[in-house]
Design a protein around this ligand. Sequence first.
Ligand SMILES: [Zn+2]
Length: 238
Amino acid sequence: MDVGANNLVACTTTTGQQCLYEGRDLFARFRETTEEIARLQSKLREGRYSSQRIQRLYRKRTRRRDHAQDALVHDLIERLYEEGVATVYVGDLTDVLSVHWSARVNEKTHQFWAYRSFIDRLATTAKEYGIAVEVESEAYTTAECPVCGERDDTERDGDVFRCSCGYEGHADLDASRTFLERQAGTNLEVGSMARPVRLKWDDHNWSELPSSPERASPNEERTNWSTGDGKLVSMGTA
Ligand SMILES: [Zn+2]
């Protein structure tokens, strides 16, 4: 799985499943609360640094994020358990944060992701299901073309990844697939992909978004680039 900015988690399994947990709305609300906190802080009387209202907003912001993270972890682990997954490889964001995100991502974003606590939650829940979690470096997977391996002559526009070779796909889902292939090494092959499951947070649950054929189809056709004989590889062990 790939942990990212606009999409909280993009995940690919060796059984050919992909899922995507969208984070834009959640992050927008987190930022709204942060701005409200800043506004209240600017109105504090001299010598005061906080207020009950500010403290309440901080707690609300954290609680909301933790709730969504917790629900995401349970939803994801249950899906993986159903697929017979034994090991989850998580891309280590810490080097990505320092290398690629330093200019664009500020302190607020770091707080929002709370990456360490997310990994702890994930590991705890996975353990309950007998699934191992391994954190590995994912440097470059986001920028690498899954077809030709190009790293420099590529561009990312929102969720869309484009390469000079003509390939176009979903940046985070592709990254999770490239990452999985790298972890799996030569003894595992990721098979053809089912249509990705997209999930959105509604304050209580992560629910599946209806797939939109117009948007998904060009992507989907291209996602099958490496299917070769089109056989689904079902290892059930990675
Ligand atoms: Zn390419």
